[in-house]
Design a protein around this ligand. Structure first.
Ligand SMILES: [Zn+2]
Length: 473
């Protein structure tokens, strides 16, 4: 949990006008029910939602570096007039995605895996290609998105249901999933755009090799998001090699390995423990907020940007901890005043001033009942929420109260002082293998992971002066 997240999404009736137009980037006729104005508007709405769910990385020099490259590429695309924006999100998974009309995102996780500016340009070019090819806009026109979008509107209107959704789907963001044809086309367009800015198109092959290698190692067991938003159209490496054979721009020679690696020196690597982590299964500690609490034994836990949550092993009940706004009084009034909510006050044992209530609420999934408590602690107000289906409180009341009562200041100096891993760029002093390098310049992650982020094979020979990524606290 890293920021105050309040998701609001007001479903609006969308007036759809059908039109068939020739796409300026692809030259193909597209059936479009979404005008450019609508396309831009939707992208901006999504961008607001993403801003709360996946906050930008607090690293101004890196943001402006990425944005400068992105904007230069977009300026030479067929749709230079769009409100393009390029944002590095504070997410360790390997991912990049585009919203209709111009907003483009790359995760800090994918940045740790690139090894040159040309590789970054290839991925930014690919994302720009999704926008110029109007892939999400035409997808919207095919109504694939609306189901999700409107369902999202209903779910996000209820704070209670929001957390259920959160655990079911991980992050609540409704990603656009492209088709294989769109992916091939975005690869074609990215290939074209990177050369227009002078980048060596051969580096695109390395990107796809890298993405092939990332699967389990990259995200601590989680599959890379990249593949879930960009389905593999089938041997991308070979397809790109064929593009190169058909003709590459041989005047485009920029790789900029050194400049890129210098730009990511010090970048956060992996999960950031300052934003909270679990010790011994269900004890949650948050160093930056200086607090801790403990969920019931055996519950399935999750720490996301919006909330820290735990699910009862059979999935019958949920506990979720999040920021609340205002005083406990004001936050409780707002929460229990929601439409369809029936509540009666109760008291809880908590480490700070609190307001609590037992409630029942009618949702799309039926009647939910639960206990919510708002606690002022260490300068913030937090919401503790326990709920499940009708009748659950008979079993949930006591565990819920014990959980709320477990809130305490984090005093353990070692846990409080924990530091995140960071990428450290180191120059190789003399000719050696990557194995020699790792012995001489230790990292906090296994060599397998270093091979992946450096896109090197075991036994790789390093030359003097070559820059290599290490990972250190
Ligand atoms: Zn894609």
């Amino acid at each position: 949990m890293s920021s105050i997240a309040r998701i609001s999404w007001t479903g609006s009736a969308l007036l759809l006008l059908a039109a068939c137009a020739t796409n300026p980037a692809t030259g193909r006729r597209q059936f479009m029910t979404v005008s450019e104005t609508q396309e831009i508007q939707m992208g901006q709405q999504y961008a607001q939602q993403i801003g709360t769910e996946m906050p930008p990385l607090a690293n101004a020099p890196l943001q402006s570096y990425v944005s400068g490259i992105g904007k230069a590429l977009a300026a030479k695309s067929e749709r230079p007039q769009l409100p393009w924006s390029f944002t590095v999100i504070d997410d360790p998974v390997v991912n990049a995605f585009a919203l209709p009309g111009g907003p483009i995102y790359v995760s800090r996780g994918i940045l740790t895996h690139f090894n040159s500016e040309a590789e970054l340009a290839a991925v930014l070019g690919h994302e720009i290609g999704h926008v110029t090819g109007r892939h999400s806009a035409s997808q919207m026109s095919r109504q694939q998105l609306y189901g999700g979008l409107l369902m999202g509107a209903a779910i996000f209107n209820s704070t209670v249901a929001q957390n259920a959704e959160l655990l079911q789907q991980g992050l609540g963001v409704l990603f656009l999933k492209y088709g294989r044809d769109d992916e091939t086309q975005a690869d074609d367009l990215g290939f074209r755009y990177m050369a227009r800015e002078g980048y060596d198109q051969r580096q695109m092959v390395r990107v796809f090799q890298m993405l092939d290698r990332t699967s389990p190692a990259s995200a601590e067991g989680r599959p890379p998001q990249w593949l879930s938003t960009h389905p593999d159209p089938g041997n991308r490496v070979q397809a790109t090699e064929r593009r190169l054979e058909r003709g590459r721009d041989t005047t485009a020679r920029l790789i900029e390995r050194e400049r890129y690696l210098r730009a990511i020196d010090g970048l956060l690597f992996g999960e950031n423990p300052r934003e909270g982590f679990f010790v011994n299964g269900t004890r949650f500690v948050h160093p930056d907020l200086a607090l801790e609490f403990t969920f019931p034994q055996g519950w399935k836990t999750q720490n996301s940007k919006q909330a820290v949550a735990a699910q009862e092993p059979q999935g019958r009940a949920l506990m979720a901890f999040a920021f609340a706004q205002g005083t406990p009084d004001a936050a409780a009034r707002q929460f229990f005043g929601q439409q369809g909510m029936q509540a009666r006050e109760t008291t809880v044992q908590a480490a700070g001033t609190s307001r609590a209530g037992l409630f029942q609420v009618q949702t799309q999934q039926g009647v939910l009942e639960g206990l919510a408590a708002f606690v002022a602690f260490g300068g913030n107000t937090y919401r503790f929420l326990c709920y499940g289906g009708q009748g659950i409180m008979t079993a949930l009341d006591q565990p819920c109260r014990r959980w709320i009562g477990s809130l305490a200041e984090l005093r353990d100096a070692q846990l409080k002082g924990v530091q995140p891993n960071r990428v450290k760029i180191t120059a190789v002093p003399r000719a050696m293998t990557i194995e020699d390098f790792v012995r001489e310049f230790p990292s906090t992650v296994p060599i397998e992971q270093l091979l992946v982020i450096n896109n090197l094979d075991a036994g790789a020979r390093l030359t003097p002066g070559m820059l290599v990524k290490r990972v250190m606290k």
